[in-house]
Design a binder for this molecule. Structure first.
Ligand code: UD1
Ligand code: MG
Length: 461
């Protein structure tokens, strides 16, 4: 049965996260560079929720600020009186005829596919509204609420670990906490909750017994992977889910053709778009928006942030590229750094220990060794000799360097900006160039070489 009623998603995010031992509210800790709660909100958006309600408590303002880009409805839970009480805070803003999907801000890896299955079983084959629970079988169910079924397999109740009998504790099917149910039903049951239990809390899970009593069908769906239902309470669990998420991304990318030399040593904190035959060596850290064209190879220990790289380009070991656009058939590194606002045309070579900042380099130019190029526009077929630097900063302001086509700059040169080196110019090695260099001529600055007579090397005393 397909469900087409409006969907209201409720995200519980009122937990303090004491065990994180951190000043940051728990749900703002990150997996793949994105707050836990944001992963859940993105799922809600993918499900085309008509409204998303976030129940907040501790650190409310920080959470609201971090999520200001989203259109959310906020409900405050001032006292932590249990999951039933937490959900209750969001209900006044939800119409009776909406389907409510309950998610948790600290259970970040739940997938849209699993939630769709859960939503599907919120209506029975016969077309009746059901209470749909996301349940899972665990080899060690300790700590979780247990799903109590009758002899026919119908769900009768959820019993919390602390309230369970010896025999109930042997049940391995657990409550993940996520559920889907019509607003009208949830409101009715929530009103009847009490806190007569081992923890003195208003248990949301008590609605299951009420549904059974009211003759409302109780259905269930299961996640595909256990990581989908795991919560974060401490830094160890955070790291565990980070790895699970990274592996999930790596597997998806490999399925779309990416070669990863070791999927366990790959970190993507953003979005990666790949062409065919792209290969990434170990220990890559990719952040933001990354586009890698056909045949691009990325060497070990690369750090790429918001970069686009054209087809056939090779990035060798230990390069750091940020906010840059690299053309096709370029050769970068090893040990190269491209800083923000760098644009390289096709067939450019940037070698080891070269830093390029806020510069544009045209086709087939080479900066092969030990150079700094900043605030520069460089033409095509230029060769920049080893150890050349643009002196772009006078201590107060930044200045531009303009280098024409077919320029050759000898090694160990300083180009003191603002300065223009015209097309075809050659700069003699070791020069400090402070005035514009004319086209097609050799320009150099060089003190006379001399040999000092009667000079002796100091001798160790
Ligand atoms: C709950 C379920 C249990 C389930 C388990 C799955 C209840 C009564 N029990 O137990 O059946 O197996 O989750 O992890 O629902 N929260 C609030 N405000 C509150 C209380 C909780 O926002 O007053 C939030 C927490 O921050 C957390 C979530 O609700 O994100 C679950 O709360 P927690 O106390 O961890 O529930 P459990 O006792 O683990
Ligand atoms: Mg609890």
């Amino acid at each position: 049965m397909t469900v087409e009623v409006p969907l209201s998603v409720v995200v519980l995010a009122a937990g303090q996260g004491t065990r994180m031992k951190s000043d940051l509210p728990k749900v703002l800790h990150c997996i793949a560079g994105q707050p836990l709660v944001e992963h859940v909100i993105k799922d809600a958006l993918a499900l085309k929720a008509s409204d998303i309600h976030v129940v907040y408590g501790h650190g409310g303002e920080q959470v609201q600020n971090a999520l200001s880009a989203y259109d959310l409805i906020w409900a405050q839970q001032t006292e932590r009186l249990g999951t039933g009480h937490a959900v209750e805070q969001a209900l006044p803003a939800i119409p009776d005829d909406h389907l409510i999907l309950l998610l948790y801000g600290d259970v970040p890896l739940i997938t849209v596919a699993t939630l769709k299955r859960l939503i599907t079983v919120s209506v029975t084959e016969a077309g009746n509204d059901a209470l749909a629970l996301l349940t899972a079988k665990l080899s060690d169910p300790t700590g979780y609420g247990r799903i109590v079924r009758d002899n026919d397999g119908n769900i009768q109740a959820i019993v919390e670990q602390k309230d369970a009998t010896e025999s109930q504790l042997t049940i391995t099917e657990i409550n993940t906490g996520m559920l889907a149910v019509k607003g009208k039903l949830l409101k009715k049951w929530i009103n009847k909750l009490d806190n007569n239990n081992a923890q003195g809390e208003f248990y949301l899970t008590d609605i299951v017994g009420m549904a059974a009593k009211d003759g409302v069908p109780i259905t269930s769906a299961n996640p595909t992977e256990i990581s989908e239902i795991e919560g974060v309470n401490n830094k160890r669990q955070l790291a565990g889910l980070e790895r699970a998420f990274q592996l999930r991304q790596a597997h998806q990318l490999m399925e779309s053709g990416l070669t990863l030399l070791d999927p366990a040593r790959f970190d993507l904190r953003g979005e990666l778009i790949i062409g065919r035959d792209v290969s990434i060596d170990i220990n890559a850290v990719l952040e933001g928006q990354i586009v890698l064209g056909d045949g691009v190879t990325i060497g070990p220990n690369a750090v790429l942030k918001n970069v686009s790289i054209g087809s056939g380009t090779q990035v060798h070991a230990n390069c750091v590229l940020e906010d840059s656009v690299v053309g096709s058939d370029c050769d970068i590194g090893p040990y190269a750094r491209l800083r923000p606002q760098t644009t390289l045309a096709d067939k450019v070579k940037v070698g080891n220990f070269v830093e390029i900042k806020k510069s544009t380099i045209a086709e087939a130019s080479k900066v092969n060794h030990l150079s700094y190029v900043g605030d520069t526009t460089m033409g095509s077929n230029v060769n920049i000799g080893a150890g050349t630097i643009t002196c772009n900063y006078d201590g107060a302001n930044k200045h531009q360097t303009v280098i024409g086509n077919n320029v050759f700059v000898g090694s160990g040169t300083q180009l003191v900006a603002p300065i223009t080196i015209a097309d075809g110019a050659t700069i003699g090695a070791g020069s400090t160039i402070t005035k514009d260099a004319v086209a097609n001529k050799l320009t150099l600055t060089r003190p006379k070489q001399l040999s000092v007579d009667n000079w002796q090397r100091p001798i160790k005393k």
